[in-house]
Design a binder for this molecule. Sequence first.
Ligand code: BMA
Length: 392
Amino acid sequence: MGCKICDFQKRLATILIMGFITIFNSCKPFYNTVYKKPLLVDAKASKRVKTLHKKLFYLSKEGFAVGHQDATAYGIGWKHADFPNLIKSDVYDMVEDFPAVYGFDISGVELGNANNIDGVPFNTMKVLMVDAYSKGGIITVSWHADNPKTNSNSWDTTPAVNEIIGEGALVEKYESWLSKVAAFLKSVKYKGREIPIIFRPYHEMNGGWFWWGNPNCNSIEYIQLWRNTVYSLRDKYQVHNLIYVYAPNKLNPNDNYLDYYPGDTFVDVLGIDIYDFQNAVEYSNSVVNDLGIIKNIANEKYKLYALTETGIHKSGGINWFTESSYPDQNWFNNVLYPNLENSGISWVLFWRNGSGGEQYMPNKTHKSEADFKAFAKQPQALFLKDINNIKY
Ligand code: BMA
C-alpha cells in the first residue's frame, strides 16, 4: 500500500515546481543585454508592436524574412476569388509555405474608396491581414496616396507638399485623409485588439516619380510632412499599432541616405527599395553598397533595416518573367541570395504579381519556379514556418 502523505507531498512538490517555472517564465525580461529597449516612434506602442519589433530583431540574427506584396490578395491567373474559404498565394503554390511578410497598399483609403488602387477591396484586405497575423505573419503597408493638389494619383508630380503643411491651403483636406488612414489602420483587429503594422509611407522620395519625391518636394517639406503624419496618426488619432519605416529608392551617386530622414524619433526601421532593371551587376552593386551604408547607420542608431521592395523590373510593364530573353533563370540563387546572405536585414519584400506585366515573384510553372524553391531552402531565407520556429 502506498503512503498517502508521501503522494500528497510529491504532488505538492510538483505543483510548487510548476508554479516556479511559470513565474520564472513570465518574469523573463522582455529586454536583455542582446535585445536592448529600442527608442520607438510611439512611446505608447502596443505590446504587439513591441513584440513584432523584437521578432524582427531576432529573426535578423537567423536570416531574413521573405515577403510578397499582395501575397494573398491576387496572383498570376487568380484573384481573392475563393476567399474566404481558401487563402491562396503564388508563394504557397510553389513552396508549400506562406511568405513571412505580407505587403498591402492602402492607396484609395484616404478617399473612402471601397477598393484600393489595384482593385483589392479594403474589407477583403483587412481579413487577409488578420489571417496572416493569426498565422504568425508580419504585415507591412505602403501608401500610394493620391496627389492632394490635383486629386490625381501619386505619380502626378504637381508639387503639393507645401500646401499640406504649415499654413498651406490644403492642410485641412489632407488632415481628413490622414483621419481615414488612421481609422483603417486601427480597424484591423485580431481577437479584439489592433494587429501590429509596419507602415511605410512616402517611399522612394529621392526619386522624381511621386508628388512627395525630389524635386517635387524638398527635404525640409518632406520632413515636415512625415512628422505631421506621425503627429496626426500617433497623437491626434491615437494609432498605436505602427512601426514606421523610412524607405528611399536605391542611392544614386549624389544621394545621401539621410537626405530626407525625418529623425531618429520619427523612424523605427531603415528601408530601401532596389530593383534589378535587367542588369544583375548594377543591381548587386547597389544592394551591397546601399545595404552596407544602411547597416552602418542602423547600427549606430540601434535601428532595424530591411530591403523594403525588390524584384526584376522592366519599364513599360512587359512581363519580364515570360519573355524569351529572360535574364537569369536562377536569379534568386545566383544574384539575390548571395547579396542578402549575412546582410543583417530583417526582411526583403518582393513586389506584386499583378496582371498587365508586373510580376516580381515567380509562380507555379514559371521558369524560375525551381530556382525559387531552391532559394526557399537556403538557410537564411525565412518563410512563415521558419519565423514561427524562432525563439525570441
Ligand atoms: C506600384 C505599381 C502600381 C501599383 C502600386 C500600388 O509600384 O505596382 O502598378 O498600383 O504599386 O500597388
